[in-house]
Ligand binder design. Structure first.
Ligand code: FPP
Length: 271
């Protein structure tokens, strides 16, 4: 039970926070924001209305995460597949929404000591959006509280391809291919997320049980929390509920439960 509650949490958030163990908060939370289209459809509104409402959910989630001292929050805003497979009008709307969000939010991000980063093939986005992204990154680069990473035009498989290319490139500039040594640390150092610890918790909204090409390497040992809540209805309170669920789980990293004795290898799986 927590006696000290961070300032800024509302009454319901405070209630959930009081039952959390502040020494065991996840260091990095990743979120697959899903269900904007369904949220809009249920209200007989166009899909883009769901995206617009999704910005309020982003704001609430980011602020609550920063207030309780989460070190890193990564939001899957836009996959490479979204970019290539959705109608141009929806993609254009999302680009404008992102641009506006960045412009409007920098002041609040600075107030909450949040540093903005991106993962994904940024160079494929419209140039004006890239410029706005760079501006927002620069304007928050001095902050040292939470790192908010937006995954934009992101695909985990493309990230791995880029990492392998980058490793080969580094080796060829550093003595040639015969010096190429690859282990897990080398791969991790060439991923887009090299500046972040692996997520401890991944949240997916709208009840879907998929990773959808998100952080496939980094989520190897993450706890998965799926909530039926559609993204536009998600708030800081739901994030705290996800963290409460995370704290009930026992993380084993392929080992045994606390106090459990080793059984023959064939009797146990490593998962
Ligand atoms: C998934 O819902 C959501 C997206 C593809 C876009 C996410 C964008 C936002 C939350 C708003 C803008 C974000 C930022 C960072 C400012 P979906 O359209 O796939 O929903 P559906 O599965 O119900 O169709």
């Amino acid at each position: 039970m927590q006696d000290k509650v961070p300032t800024g949490l509302d009454r319901k958030e405070t209630e959930v926070y009081r039952h959390l163990d502040s020494s065991r908060l996840p260091k990095h939370i990743a979120i697959i924001m899903d269900g904007n289209g369904r949220w809009a459809k249920r209200r007989h509104m166009p899909r883009v209305a769901g995206h617009r409402a999704g910005v309020t959910a982003v704001r609430s989630t980011v602020e609550t995460a920063a207030r309780i001292g989460i070190g890193a929050l990564t939001l899957y805003a836009f996959s490479e597949e979204n970019w290539k497979k959705r109608p141009k009008s929806e993609v254009d709307f999302l680009m404008r929404l992102l641009s506006r969000y960045l412009k409007a939010e920098v002041t609040t991000l600075n107030k909450n000591d949040i540093r903005l980063e991106y993962i994904g093939r940024q160079y494929e986005l419209p140039v004006d959006v890239q410029d706005r992204m760079e501006w927002a990154r620069e304007a928050t680069s001095h902050n040292s509280g939470m790192t908010l990473t937006l995954a934009l035009n992101y695909s985990a498989r493309s990230e791995l391809v880029d990492a392998f290319r980058s490793m080969v490139n580094a080796a060829s500039q550093n003595g040639g291919m015969e010096h190429l040594r690859i282990d897990e640390d080398t791969v991790a150092r060439h991923l887009y997320t090299r500046h972040l610890p692996d997520p401890d918790l991944v949240v997916r909204t709208s009840g879907e049980m998929r990773l959808s090409n998100f952080l496939l390497w980094q989520l190897a040992y993450a706890e998965i929390y799926v909530t039926p809540t559609l993204w536009p209805d998600f708030r800081g309170l739901h994030l705290l509920e996800g963290i409460a669920e995370y704290q009930k789980r026992e993380r084993r990293y392929g080992g045994l439960n606390h106090g459990e004795h080793a059984a023959p290898a064939h009797a146990k799986s490593g998962k």
